[in-house]
Design a protein around this ligand. Structure first.
Ligand code: GDL
Length: 445
């Protein structure tokens, strides 16, 4: 294999929610190491020792765990990124806080961290302490002083990666220019692209960032993460929308994962494929391979059919292409064309979906932990399959108009109550029309 063009290729545990367990982290390091990634950044938003209680020292147990992670990374030539997020409460002008930060970073270095991350994302955008307001003209100037002090205190061979408070946009912002111009040029900057969760990452944007910041971006890619407001989506679809030439103007990419550990492996395997060979990368081929790896051959067919219905994410234009395609065609045929063909296609689809749902929910499945994690989506998948089956029966009996409202409305209600996104909008819109049931925005029946 040729050398992958991206220098840094990896995963960041950087989501809100329950952090992964230690065992899961070790397993993830093995998983990404086997796929040619070379960076694991440890920064779960809800590890309190990294954010709320960033000043507190680690106890012996935490140190032992971190050192095991570093050791496991070493086995795969993966760089362990040790990260800290002091921005919620640091007083930038307080020498005591600076000393506490340096002491904590020293512990990270003693553990063998290959790179230090200083993260200032998701914090107040104004200075909070009166002492800081007097000492600095702006938050940005306070952060410049902090970052440069940390950089100066680090050994020259340990890279420093900073996540600025403004970490997304067009890459042309004057605030980015001001920050970057004042920082030691050796400091790398994280960027998530045009948005927090960017549909595309383009070479032109990377070049714009590089012109503004005097250094190429290091991408913190917020896919497959599904935390906070995205919690109703299951991000297991393949990586896409990333410019094959992105490596020409970027330090690398780390992907922010989902709290759902097993489920994360599927998209992360596709991200590893892209990063290893961005020009040759084909999302659907990589995705099939990733699902086979994580789910196993025996359950692949059922799982792939389910997965086609949970594509919804900032990366995907189509939510559920198979179901959308069959439904669209069948409804047209029922109204204007070959009703028998429409019924047959609906019946066939419903049977396939029902069988897949039953297998994944109750059958002997190899990756039980994965099914456990994604149970809410599997349950809604089964409800949708039952709704399609009922629709096929009503259409076959020619009773859609008469019985549609009574028979289909209950499925619509159950799907609405599930509060997870399966089938995108296509199925709910169809059931709404055929049952004459409409909900108000935000209404949960
Ligand atoms: C963010 C957070 C990240 C979170 C993500 C998605 C960055 C730099 N920070 O803003 O921790 O998981 O959004 O909600 O992206």
């Amino acid at each position: 294999m040729t050398t992958p063009p991206f220098a840094i290729r990896g995963v960041i545990e950087g989501f809100y929610g329950h952090p992964w367990t230690h065992q899961q982290r070790l397993e993830m390091i093995d998983f990404i190491g086997a796929r040619g990634m070379n960076s694991f950044m440890y920064s779960p938003k809800d590890d309190r020792l990294l954010r709320e209680r960033w000043r507190d020292p680690y106890d012996a147990e935490a140190l032992a765990r971190l050192s095991e992670l570093v050791e496991r990374c070493g086995r795969h030539d993966i760089e362990f990124g040790w990260c800290i997020s002091p921005g919620l409460s640091i007083c930038y002008s307080d020498p005591g806080d600076l000393a506490a930060l340096r002491a904590k970073i020293d512990r990270g270095l003693e553990l063998g961290a290959g790179r230090v991350g200083l993260f200032l994302d998701d914090i107040p955008t104004e200075l909070q302490y009166q002492a800081d307001v007097q000492a600095f003209s702006s938050l940005l100037q306070a952060q410049v002083a902090l970052v440069n002090a940390v950089r100066a205190a680090l050994p020259a061979d340990v890279p420093l990666l900073v996540c600025p408070t403004e970490y997304w946009g067009r890459g042309t912002e004057s605030s980015l220019a001001e920050l970057a111009a004042a920082l030691d040029p050796a400091v790398d900057l994280f960027w998530t692209g045009r948005a927090i969760c960017s549909a595309t990452l383009d070479l032109d944007d990377a070049r714009a960032f590089e012109r503004t910041a005097g250094r190429p971006p290091m991408y913190w890619d917020n896919y497959p993460v599904n935390d906070v407001a995205m919690g109703y989506e299951l991000h297991i679809g393949p990586y896409r929308g990333r410019d094959p030439e992105l490596w020409r103007a970027s330090r690398g990419v780390v992907a922010n994962a989902m709290e759902l550990f097993e489920a994360s492996k599927i998209p992360l395997a596709t991200i590893a494929d892209y990063l290893a060979d961005p020009t040759g990368y084909d999302p659907e081929t990589s995705w099939q391979r990733a699902m086979r790896d994580v789910v196993g051959e025996a359950d692949l067919e059922a799982f792939a059919l389910f997965a086609d219905n949970v594509r919804s994410s900032c990366l995907e234009a189509a939510d559920a292409p198979i179901v959308e395609g069959v439904l669209g065609r069948a409804l047209f045929e029922l109204e204007y064309g070959d009703a028998d063909a429409a019924v047959a296609s609906l019946r066939d689809l419903a049977d396939r979906l029902l069988a897949a749902a039953a297998h994944l929910l109750r059958g002997p499945v190899a990756n039980q932990q994965l099914m456990q994690e994604i149970r809410p989506w599997l349950a809604a998948f089964e409800v949708g399959a039952e709704a399609l089956s009922e629709l096929a029966d009503l259409a076959a009996a020619g009773r859609l108009d008469e019985d549609g409202p009574a028979m289909l409305a209950p499925f619509l209600i159950r799907l609405r109550r599930a509060r997870v996104r399966v089938f995108g909008d296509a199925l709910e819109m169809t059931l709404s029309v055929l049952s004459g049931t409409m909900f108000r925005p935000g209404e949960v029946p």
